[in-house]
Design a binder for this molecule. Structure first.
Ligand SMILES: [Zn+2]
Length: 344
């Protein structure tokens, strides 16, 4: 054989029946740049993109915006949909990467006589102009509408309510499993990852069954290279040891969302090995993965994580949320101080 034959790690079909494709290991939508052309077929890549790419676009919109992660197709930083609260008004709005509203707020409701009422609200000079344009558009369609101009205080207190992803979201746990499994397949070849010992993780990634395959970590993973990641960095580490049948991984998204993943529970390793990698979504680069060169192999007590998550997911979650909030607040304060984000 002159060319290594490739097996898709998801559908287990082989060339030439299937077409190889360029599969991003961490979705490009959250700034992933690393990809492999020898592990996932075109069909399954489309399927996993649909499942994970769309999910992260929606859930991590806020993070993509503050770190300026552009979308591949439109080459711009996506707007963030959010709720806005201002005086007695509450409405859905969209904000751009500078934290500014992308347009006026338009609200409709029926008054006590059943007559439709429009409110067009714009903040600042730019917002006022946008609101006036919108008002004229509505007037053109509904010439009978009578308008009344209302001025609010000069510096209104506007409150944005931004929803960030729940750390225990099953789709994020599946995403962590996908990143771990594909990293392993890339490292060891697709033929290795097509083995039946990976049936459960494959199923968990594709369907969400076997949800013991991945869980939330209440704090950073117990690996020196991964423990103190700055906010905004994705990272992962694969660990196995000759004296344990567990092939596991720790996956971190944005330095805030930490997961453990059991890739296989019957892995026979010939030598211990631990490897970690980081990916900087803001700069869009992927430094070479590193072996941590431990003097002694690391034996991780995986049961500690699995049991804890299964016995008390709420307790783990509470700790994870507290950790996330504190870390994010600290990063936000630092960014404000150095002028890396605009002051609200
Ligand atoms: Zn496939």
């Amino acid at each position: 054989m002159t060319k290594s034959q490739f097996i898709c790690i998801y559908c287990l079909k082989r060339e030439p029946e299937l077409i190889p494709s360029e599969a991003h290991i961490i979705p490009a939508a959250i700034g992933g740049t690393r990809y492999s052309k020898k592990i996932v077929c075109k069909n399954c890549n489309g399927l996993t993109n649909q499942m994970f790419e769309n999910a992260v676009i929606e859930r991590f919109a806020f993070f993509r915006s503050i770190w300026g992660i552009k979308s591949r197709k439109k080459d711009r930083v996506p707007h963030v949909s959010t709720k806005l609260k201002f005086a007695d008004i509450e409405g859905k709005v969209s904000i751009d990467q500078n934290g500014e509203l992308t347009g006026p707020i338009v609200m409709t409701n029926l008054d006590t006589n059943g007559i439709k009422e429009y409110r067009v609200i714009g903040f600042g000079e730019k917002g006022k102009k946008q609101a006036e344009i919108k008002r004229q558009q509505i007037s053109a369609k509904h010439p009978n509408v009578a308008w009344e101009e209302v001025h609010h205080a000069e510096t209104p207190l506007i409150q944005f309510v931004i929803e960030t992803p729940e750390v225990d979201d099953i789709i994020l746990r599946r995403l962590a499993a996908k990143v771990a499994f594909e990293s392993w397949a890339e490292k060891r070849a697709s033929l290795v990852a097509s083995d039946s010992q990976y049936a459960q993780i494959r199923d968990f990634i594709l369907t969400g069954n076997h949800d013991f395959c991945s869980g939330v970590l209440p704090a950073p993973p117990p690996l020196t290279g991964l423990s103190d990641l700055p906010v905004g960095i994705h990272a992962g580490g694969i660990v196995h040891n000759v004296s344990s049948p567990i092939l596991g991984a720790f996956i971190v998204f944005f330095g805030l969302f930490h997961y453990w993943v059991l890739i296989s529970t019957s892995y026979q390793s010939l030598q211990s090995d631990d490897e970690f990698w980081i990916e900087n979504p803001q700069k869009g680069y992927f430094p070479d993965s590193k072996l941590r060169c431990q003097a002694r192999p690391i034996l991780i007590d995986w049961g500690q994580y699995v049991r804890a998550w299964r016995n008390d997911p709420q307790g783990i979650l509470k700790k994870a949320v507290t950790y996330n909030e504190a870390k994010f607040q600290e990063a936000w304060r630092e960014a404000l101080q150095d002028g890396r984000v605009l002051k609200p």
